[in-house]
Write a protein that binds this ligand. Structure first.
Ligand code: ZN
Length: 149
């Protein structure tokens, strides 16, 4: 059980901090580099406020500048999450060409206001290969990433 002080601290910070297991961050970068000419994508999940699982998906557009998870695959993934009692906490994709901030299209197509949007750069010299954002009603706020374990 959380002590009250810790819980209120967590609530204050949850808006701008996302907590994620180190191995999930590593795996996202691996996925982005595996096919560096195409955007990779997938879901992130966990319990409470901590991301502990990654579910890579196929980019149905097979494009270097946009991504889409086919509805059928998305439904299958959500079923999988429910079956494993995991919450959907994030969506990740890569930007092969460089700047890993959300594009205009990413902002227009951010349909989940309560999850963290991770954008990954496959470039070896990227200053920050993994960045996270909250996108709500077209407002983008960068989240600090707290890596665990
Ligand atoms: Zn994008």
């Amino acid at each position: 059980m959380l002590r009250p002080s810790r819980r209120s601290n967590r609530l204050l910070r949850m808006e701008h901090v996302v907590r994620i297991r180190g191995e999930v961050v590593t795996r996202m970068i691996e996925e982005a580099r595996r096919e560096p000419s195409m955007e990779c994508c997938g879901l992130l999940a966990g319990s409470g406020l901590e991301i502990s699982a990654i579910l890579p998906a196929r980019n149905a557009l097979a494009s270097p500048s946009e991504f889409e998870i086919a509805p059928k695959e998305l439904f299958r993934m959500f079923r999988e999450l429910r079956a494993s009692c995991l919450d959907h906490l994030g969506i990740y994709h890569s930007h092969p060409a460089g700047d890993n901030a959300p594009s205009t299209r990413d902002i227009e197509r951010a349909f989940y206001p309560d999850v963290a949007y991770f954008v990954v750069s496959p470039l070896p010299d990227a200053p920050r290969p993994v960045r996270a954002f909250s996108i709500r009603e077209s407002r983008v706020t960068e989240l600090a990433i707290e890596t665990l374990g």
